[in-house]
Design a protein around this ligand. Structure first.
Ligand code: GDP
Ligand code: MG
Length: 162
């Protein structure tokens, strides 16, 4: 069977942009306004000749139960069916409370986690990625989903986790 990678994280950190980068197509919906991605969408991907499935998450409704609860709930659902988790954090914003909540979900799940420090568009912002060591999830992989910077190393790490 084909391994599944769930992509989780706060709205607007660049999950869907990163999914598009990983699959090499523009199928995941990217929006400046958080909350556009529908609940969970799966895409076929291949890297170094290995097939896997990427599951994008998102879809925050600004009314119901609050953003943090929805993000962690979606993470829980997606992680349940995943072999590994790609946790995306916006390195230019840094660690937020919601990120900490997701970390707790990840710990409980006990699945392999790869930490993407996204929006590291240039060398200048690379230092901000190092702050994400504080999440306690191991090495943060600096990446620019927008420009592709670092995506090869990130994909290598994802496959190593599967
Ligand atoms: P999601 O809500 O986590 O799925 O985030 P999106 O993929 O929809 O992206 C949210 C916004 O962040 C969009 O305006 C993207 O263009 C922008 N974005 C995503 N990745 C990057 C990146 O690597 N660098 C920069 N500068 N912006 C990014
Ligand atoms: Mg999205």
């Amino acid at each position: 069977t084909v391994p599944v990678v769930a992509v989780v994280g706060r709205p607007n950190v660049g999950k869907s942009t990163l999914v598009n980068r990983i699959i090499g197509r523009r199928e995941a919906v990217v929006q400046d306004v958080p909350g556009v991605t529908r609940d969970r969408v799966s895409y076929d991907a291949v890297w170094n000749g290995r097939d896997f499935v990427v599951v994008d998450t998102g879809g925050w409704a600004p009314d119901a139960k609050g953003m943090a609860a929805q993000v962690t709930e979606q993470a829980e659902l997606a992680i349940g069916t995943a072999d590994a988790v790609l946790f995306v954090v916006d390195a230019t914003v840094g660690i937020q409370d919601v990120d900490e909540s997701v970390v707790q979900v990840l710990r409980r799940a006990g699945k392999p986690v790869v930490l993407a420090a996204n929006k590291v568009d240039d060398l200048r912002t690379e230092g901000e990625a190092a702050a994400l060591w504080n999440l306690g999830l191991g090495e943060p992989y600096p990446v620019s989903a927008l420009h592709g910077r670092g995506s090869g190393d990130l994909l290598d790490a994802i496959l190593a986790a599967l």
